[in-house]
Design a protein. Structure first.
Length: 100
């Protein structure tokens, strides 16, 4: 799984039928300890109703096609959770109500 921040959206008028009605969001992967950008942004299908500014959990590969929304859909990345907080070795590195 990847932790990332939703930083934008993608709109594609022409696409395969299985993607019709799916919300496509741009996710910037984050380092879980510093919450600084860690890698290139990616496009993910939203399966949980997330939005810009939220810190989310993303799965890739075949795992991205295991949700009710993405089953049998040609996707390689899916948002599967909105993160409330991250704690590593007893230290809180992120809390949703406090921001990054």
């Amino acid at each position: 799984m990847i932790v990332g921040e939703v930083v934008g959206s993608v709109v594609a008028t022409s696409k395969v039928e299985q993607l019709t009605g799916k919300k496509m969001l741009v996710v910037q992967p984050l380092d879980m300890e510093t919450l600084k950008p860690d890698g290139k942004p990616l496009v993910s299908i939203d399966t949980v109703g997330s939005g810009v500014g939220e810190v989310v959990m993303v799965v890739g590969g075949s795992s991205a096609r295991q949700t009710n929304i993405t089953k049998d859909t040609p996707v390689d990345s899916a948002i599967v959770g909105v993160i409330d907080h991250i704690e590593i070795a007893g230290k809180m590195t992120f809390q949703a109500n406090k921001g990054k």
